[in-house]
Design a protein around this ligand. Structure first.
Ligand SMILES: Cc1cc2nc3c(=O)[nH]c(=O)nc-3n(C[C@H](O)[C@H](O)[C@H](O)COP(=O)(O)OP(=O)(O)OC[C@H]3O[C@@H](n4cnc5c(N)ncnc54)[C@H](O)[C@@H]3O)c2cc1C
Length: 472
């Protein structure tokens, strides 16, 4: 197993539990990959970026449960939106059945007029009527922006409602995002089931969530090796025969799962295979999109809510890290997050801090009275693959033309965007494929939340809907 992000960890643990002796090779000193935590020079432990899950992420929940980490995720059903005039509005489920459970909140959504709210309700209804079949019809191959315009959404509704949800969920601008991904987010998180939109946030640093993984692998005779960078895969007679490490060291195994980001996979795969197998060469068409986070420490409490979402700002979310981690000093350590942060990539850290601090002080007046003790910027320029129109064509299956080589990673074909849920799904699919080849087929992948209320009616009428093809 190469790579100890969520894809590598989930497949490694699943195979260890099935009786395999797993060797996990990770180049960094810690587990978790893009969803991890590390120490600043002054000893403060921070997550590389706030990671949020949703109620519809059924496989991530399954993985956390296996690792004994599910109780470390706090759940929030009350989402607070703040517009540029500091009006606050709350989104939370009412007693109405899905897909109408969030409709009353839409009525109080800030900065939109009644015509815009009615237009949003009509577009949402048309998504609900598809019953999850989002990969065909008017969504096929078009951008989310084009789909919204075709559904007569005003510029205000697009920028203050649709973009607010989707740019964060998919880490891409609406014009570069395939409509299928956007419609899936609304169906799975906001329309099909009451709990789909519930936000889950770890109460502990991300790294603590993976403590059970090492034990699960080592107790079954496996090994987890950190600071173990793989430099290349060796091929003999159409199979992988080993992996090359520094100082001429090698490891060999019966099966190999390459669970690294897509750019790294292209570097590690033998050149001959990449050139000759379209499944590999197509990977280079995937594009990456950036996320920037700014961490602020104040000398006093400046925030009450656990997190808020901003409208009409560069900043998308502000997280109250002290309160979320249930630390002693609530509201002092905050984190601002900007998804698809193309506009910040070239800007200096000081410029980014000034911009985000100004926005934070407008949304949270207490922050203007407090003293800023320190601030730090984390730019992840290749945070996720971009769900651009047609991106699914470039996403390879977990199974490869080489019989003992499997791929895992949020960028492989899971049907999901680049999320922790997508990474765990890919890990489970790769493990399923190996189990099947060993004559021990087992279903690891968990189904989506079942549609509830009136939403069930549209699923029945719509037929089977989008199916993720198992790799086996
Ligand atoms: C800033 C940011 C914010 C995000 N926010 C969210 C969020 O709120 N919610 C959400 O669901 N998702 C979020 N994501 C996406 C999520 O983090 C990823 O989709 C997920 O963690 C990907 O997991 P993975 O295992 O596929 O890949 P990775 O986590 O990238 O794991 C790959 C691993 O392979 C290792 N590796 C690479 N090359 C080698 C080598 N040669 N030898 C050995 N090891 C190697 C890497 O060190 C890494 O540990 C965010 C991502 C970022 C960057």
């Amino acid at each position: 197993m190469i790579g100890a992000g969520l894809a590598g960890l989930s497949s490694g643990v699943a195979l260890a539990e099935a009786g395999f002796r797993v060797k996990l090779l990770e180049q960094r000193p810690f587990l978790g990959g893009r969803a991890s935590s590390y120490s600043l020079p002054d000893g403060e432990q921070i997550d590389n970026c706030q990671h949020v899950t949703l109620g519809c992420c059924t496989n991530l929940d399954d993985f956390y449960e296996r690792m004994g980490a599910l109780a470390k995720i706090a759940r929030y059903g009350r989402l607070v939106f703040v517009d540029s005039a500091s009006h606050r509005a709350v989104m939370e489920a009412s007693a109405l059945p899905p897909p109408f459970h969030l409709a009353p909140s839409l009525a109080f959504y800030p900065s939109l007029n009644w015509a815009e709210k009615r237009g949003i309700a009509e577009a949402m209804l048309s998504i609900a009527r598809r019953g999850g079949r989002n990969d065909d019809g008017d969504a096929a191959g078009c951008s989310m922006l084009d789909w919204l315009r075709a559904h007569r959404q005003s510029e205000g509704a697009i920028s203050r409602f649709w973009a607010v949800v989707l740019v964060s969920a998919l880490n891409e601008e609406l014009a570069r995002m395939e409509a299928r991904y956007g419609l899936d987010v609304f169906w799975k998180a906001f329309l099909s089931a009451r709990s789909g939109y519930i936000v889950g946030i770890p109460r502990v640093p991300l790294g603590e969530l993976y403590e059970g993984c090492r034990a699960a692998i080592e107790q079954r005779g496996g090994e987890v090796l950190c600071r173990a960078a793989v430099r290349g895969l060796k091929e003999d007679d159409g199979r992988i025969s080993g992996v090359g490490m520094d100082a001429g060291r090698q490891h060999s195994a019966d099966f190999y799962i390459l669970a690294v980001p897509h750019e790294a996979a292209l570097r590690l795969l033998p050149e001959r295979i990449v050139a000759s197998e379209p499944q590999f060469s197509r990977i280079q068409n995937l594009r990456a999109s950036p996320i920037t986070s700014v961490h602020f420490w104040f000398d006093g409490d400046v925030m009450v809510e656990p997190f808020i979402t901003l409208l009409d700002r560069t900043t998308h979310w502000i997280f109250n890290k002290s309160r979320l981690s249930e630390g002693p000093a609530a509201g002092r350590y905050l984190q601002s997050v900007i998804s698809a942060s193309y506009g910040l990539v070239e800007r200096s850290r000081q410029e980014i801090i000034s911009l985000c601090l100004g926005e934070l002080q407008q949304a949270l007046p207490e922050a203007a009275k407090a003293r800023l003790i320190k601030a730090t910027v984390v730019k992840e320029t290749a945070a996720t693959f971009s769900p651009q129109p047609g991106a699914d064509r470039w996403r390879p299956s977990q199974r490869t033309p080489l019989p003992n080589l499997f791929l895992a990673g949020d960028w492989t074909a899971t049907g999901w965007p680049a999320t922790m849920e997508g990474a765990v799904r890919s890990g489970y699919l790769a493990a399923e494929a190996i189990l099947s080849d060993c004559g021990e087929p087992k279903r690891l992948l968990k189904p989506d939340l079942p549609a509830e209320g009136l939403a069930r009616h549209w699923v029945r009428n719509a037929g089977p809907g989008l199916r993720i093809k198992p790799a086996s």
